[in-house]
Write a protein that binds this ligand. Sequence first.
Ligand SMILES: *[C@@H]1O[C@H](CO)[C@@H](O)[C@H](O)[C@H]1NC(C)=O
Ligand SMILES: *[C@@H]1O[C@H](CO)[C@@H](O)[C@H](O)[C@H]1NC(C)=O
Ligand SMILES: *[C@@H]1O[C@H](CO)[C@@H](O)[C@H](O)[C@H]1NC(C)=O
Ligand SMILES: *[C@@H]1O[C@H](CO)[C@@H](O)[C@H](O)[C@H]1NC(C)=O
Ligand SMILES: *[C@@H]1O[C@H](CO)[C@@H](O)[C@H](O)[C@H]1NC(C)=O
Ligand SMILES: *[C@@H]1O[C@H](CO)[C@@H](O)[C@H](O)[C@H]1NC(C)=O
Length: 515
Amino acid sequence: MKEAVGNEKLPHMGDNVHAFHGAGLPGLFKKSYTMNVSVFFIILLIGTFLSTRWSGVSIVTGDSFRTAWNYRSSTKPHYKRFEYSMNCSEGNMTKTCPVTLLTTFEPSNLSTGTCPEYFRWIYEDLKPWTETGITRDMVERAKTPAHIRVVVVDGKVYTEKYKWVFQTRDVFTIWGILQVLRMYPGKLPDFDLMFECGDKPVIKKHDYQGLNATAPPLFHYCGDDETLDIVFPDWSFWGWPEIRIKPWSTLRKDLREGNNKTKWVDREPYAYWKGNFKMGVTRHELSKCSKTNEQDWNARIYNMDWLQEMQNGFKSADLSTQCTHKYKIYAEGAAWSVSEKYILACDSVTLLVKPQYYDFFTRSLQPLVHYWPIKLKDMCKSIKFATEWCNNHTQKAHEIRNAGSSFVQEELRMKFVYDYMFHLLSAYAKLFKYKPTVPPGAVEVCPETMVCPVKGLQKKYKIQSMVKSPSDTGPCVMPPPYDPAELRDMLERKDHVMKQVEMLEEGSLKNLKAK
Ligand SMILES: *[C@@H]1O[C@H](CO)[C@@H](O)[C@H](O)[C@H]1NC(C)=O
Ligand SMILES: *[C@@H]1O[C@H](CO)[C@@H](O)[C@H](O)[C@H]1NC(C)=O
Ligand SMILES: *[C@@H]1O[C@H](CO)[C@@H](O)[C@H](O)[C@H]1NC(C)=O
Ligand SMILES: *[C@@H]1O[C@H](CO)[C@@H](O)[C@H](O)[C@H]1NC(C)=O
Ligand SMILES: *[C@@H]1O[C@H](CO)[C@@H](O)[C@H](O)[C@H]1NC(C)=O
Ligand SMILES: *[C@@H]1O[C@H](CO)[C@@H](O)[C@H](O)[C@H]1NC(C)=O
């Protein structure tokens, strides 16, 4: 995954991205937009109509919004949904951010539900600093491994880049942070964070076992049992233009619609995987499960030739058309893989090869509930067994694929991704022993500086994933932390289920016990 991809050429979209203003449809085009812009947004709007049937569904989050916020509601005409505006031709926006910030917004509906289970890991991830708090020295110590620093002072975002980053990972990560601030303006305290944008987590537990050795707090996309990196949603939630992966808010819907078209019973009865073999041991093992003349493991495994894919613009890598098999394999690469959510969303049975790494949501996935666990050892046999067992037990297979898809479709919708960021950043900021200040080398970033100067898919994905209005509901309510016994029980239960599956495979267990 080290190849860079040339800039995609997209039709020029003009500079004005003042979209969805006021959301009154007839009024939308009353200003002097350029032809290109109008055409672009007409298409976008038609698309929106078709995909949401405009039934009071927010473009941004897909969540239903209260009728009171609905501009068509005549009962409360004074209640207008606030819309952010952005005008790339106003002032010198490629260099400066608007002076005024929205800081007084109050969500109209504070009674929101409890956050999904995976939010409880926020407490675990911040545990190394709950006693000590976070000092400037600790954050500075995280600078060596960090690629970027993001500092929020009085609601404004400043960044500093320390190292080269693969593709646009850092850009879309910063973009995501900007969006959570737009989602809940004025609600996040100031913070100062270091971010590592590589594949593997870097803060090793065993380096900080001394009595007074506190690990530097470092944000990263994943972690494992040996590390202390604070996990944060990866860039792909806002899009990955180099390989044409759309923002999650859009792709999630594409996948849901795609699932409707290819029903499970009509899908190929094999376990599908496509990706880059060269990333890590797991995938090397997996490559051995390809069908040969002598052996068929019920797996259909394809290596993705990045050079070839690049030449045809990653078209055959289109994820929303990859849900054509009854089983889909997830195998991590060098570390976590962004593909996990796309695989789970397929409404296929996910065969999850025992992972080493976790990202922010995967620690709450349960074997035999959300996925079928696959051993590292004898992987091919394990895959074959899983497909045969599920072919024989279609009801259980149905339950697993249903739970897996609903998990990503519901608990991982963008509103919850933002809520996760919100709660993590709030809890992180609460630990601060110092008032963050703007570092001398940092530059201010805002949607204008990040959208106006760029072109192509990067611009398109940013506009698509931009939060257009503050959230009409507050963030979900944090569930309580795990108590140590509860956490231990949960992990033991997980182990127990894995063992059951192994015994089933060996034939020493006749059938899965009912829960
Ligand atoms: C954007 O700014 C320019 C320059 O100030 C102005 O002429 C134009 O009307 C603005 N567009 C919108 C949609 O506000
Ligand atoms: C905006 O700033 C850039 C860089 O300083 C400069 O080259 C350009 O002329 C400015 N444009 C306007 C319209 O002021
Ligand atoms: C507030 O939001 C929650 C969760 O989205 C919803 O269940 C509830 O109905 C909303 N309350 C009102 C008064 O709209
Ligand atoms: C603990 O801190 C003291 C004072 O800073 C230092 O002298 C000592 O070596 C530290 N001990 C460990 C185990 O890091
Ligand atoms: C899927 O199809 C069913 C009926 O066939 C329909 O009711 C439902 O709305 C569709 N869902 C999506 C997401 O298209
Ligand atoms: C599936 O059912 C067939 C036919 O009853 C049986 O021969 C086979 O052993 C079963 N396989 C599994 C894994 O349950």
